[in-house]
Design a binder for this molecule. Structure first.
Ligand code: ADP
Length: 462
């Protein structure tokens, strides 16, 4: 077993009044940008308002999408930037910001290499809804990507001795003569002003801000959310206060498979379906192509009339998704030695479930799902007991809208001109995902645009 790594945030007494760069937020985007900026010779500080580091990034499960990678070639998968671009655009309803999408797809393989250069190896592949090939990169342990990535990036932050303060919340962006000059923040010891030549908003989305959600999407305000409580859209409001343009604010992703029978909403990662699970209704019948886009799978579940649906899988699939051990450990998984026992444990009709699984296994064998035209996640059938089910329903998961940026991560004003010294990366940004984010693209966005922000802040400050 590898030694357990614990990161100790910097002591508040060490907070200085000036840095080259202030990075707001300690998720994938903020951590990546800080490392990149430091490697170019800058002196960054990371400010995190929560006591816990890592934001929603720690909750990401499936992996990181990238095309034309060496990892894919090792797995005999020949991919193309063009396919990655086209499938993401299709999944996003054609609404994606195409300049951002082009940069994103063409820099995805470089981001995988950059991580590998830092000892962060994503050597295994899986697939998510809306993608035609395996391009979702994950660690060979098949561990959920989020916790793995944050821990590994924090090892680098620690090795580089970068200052990272928790419980420090940025409340205001400071502007002098039309340029960003720093931030005002609240610390456990009171208010502080920190000056800096550039500021990066890496503050994540607003999925946990019911007021903001209600303002843009009244229909979603009673949904549960998979987000951490700090996902309140602060960066969007900070940027808006100094004239930044916002885009697609009403585009909110509801994730189709969230276990919410307890008082906490647990996202059941797309890899469960990607590795072969099916979805059934409360009788035990399939009703959708399980690997259609999140938007379409959500709509199909909602049409069942509020019952939610059930993921059905077997031992072989469970072995391919380590997160299931966790779901089971906390009581979210029902088990049956055979399908009859599983149907009883789950409250489904046994005959229907058995027929559904038999038909599905036939579709897998023939590589032809005549019922719902599923074409991916069909590498293994559902035949080796024990069998498992997880009850799921849709919940608010990701906010596609946010701050307008150009591919250089510069924040744009109402006239679409850069606000000097202000940068944004990660979920706080709007436009990349159009009206539906593809699974595996959020982690990719944080690393690709986090690196870009680190580089562009360096260029700006030269
Ligand atoms: P991304 O995936 O884009 O990196 P995350 O949600 O993983 O976004 O991380 C964003 C982080 O920013 C969270 O840890 C969140 O608590 C933090 N954050 C949000 N608003 C502020 C703020 N006003 N000051 C400091 N940190 C903030």
């Amino acid at each position: 077993m590898a030694e357990k790594f614990t990161f100790t945030p910097t002591a508040l007494a060490d907070l200085k009044p000036n840095y080259d760069v202030v990075i707001i937020g300690s998720g994938g985007a903020g951590l990546t940008a800080a490392i990149q900026a430091h490697e170019l010779g800058l002196n960054p500080v990371i400010l995190e308002k929560m006591p816990k580091i890592g934001g929603n990034t720690t909750r990401a499960s499936s992996g990181m999408n990238a095309a034309e990678t060496n990892v894919q070639l090792h797995h005999h998968i020949v991919d193309s930037f063009g396919d990655f671009y086209g499938e993401t655009l299709k999944g996003g309803g054609g609404m994606n910001n195409q300049a951002l999408l082009k940069f994103f797809t063409e820099h995805s393989a470089l981001a995988i290499d950059w991580l590998a250069d830092h000892g962060i190896k994503l050597d295994d592949l899986t697939i998510t809804g809306g993608m035609s090939v395996m391009r979702t990169h994950r660690p060979s342990s098949m561990a959920p990507i989020g916790g793995f990535l944050v821990t590994e990036l924090l090892k680098q932050v620690a090795a580089d001795q970068l200052p990272l303060f928790t419980d420090v919340k940025v409340d205001e962006l400071l502007v002098e003569a039309g340029k960003i000059s720093g931030v005002k923040a609240t610390t456990p010891d009171g208010a502080v002003t920190i000056t800096a030549g550039a500021v990066l908003l890496a503050t994540g989305g607003f999925g946990a801000n019911k007021t903001l959600l209600g303002q843009y999407r009244d229909d979603l305000k009673n949904y549960q959310t998979t987000n951490q409580p700090g996902a309140t859209g602060d960066g969007i409001l900070l940027a808006q206060a100094i004239g930044a343009k916002l885009v697609d604010m009403d585009q909110v992703q509801v994730h189709p498979t969230v276990q919410q029978d307890t008082d906490h909403a647990y996202l059941i990662g797309e890899a469960v379906r990607g590795e072969g699970a099916i979805l059934v209704d409360n009788q035990g019948a399939r009703f959708v192509n399980e690997l259609d886009t999140r938007k379409n799978v959500t709509a199909a579940i909602d049409q069942l009339g509020g019952t939610g649906a059930y993921l059905i899988f077997d031992r072989g699939i469970r072995d391919r998704v380590k997160a299931v051990e966790f779901y089971d450990h906390i009581g979210l998984v029902k088990t049956g030695t055979d399908l009859e026992a599983l149907a009883t444990a789950t409250g489904l009709d046994a005959a229907t479930l058995k027929q559904t699984v038999a038909d599905w296994n036939q579709a897998v064998a023939n590589h032809n799902d005549a019922a719902f035209n599923r074409t991916t996640g069909m590498d293994r059938d559902i035949a080796a007991g024990p069998f498992y089910s997880i009850h799921i329903a849709p919940a608010v998961h990701y906010t596609m809208g946010g701050i307008a940026i150009n591919p250089a991560t510069q924040v744009l004003n109402q006239d679409e001109r850069p606000i000097a010294g202000l940068f944004a990366a990660g979920e706080v940004v709007g436009g990349l995902h159009g009206n539906n984010r593809i699974g595996g693209n959020s982690i990719a966005e944080t690393v690709i645009f986090g690196r870009q922000a680190g580089q562009q802040m360096f260029k700006y400050l030269q």
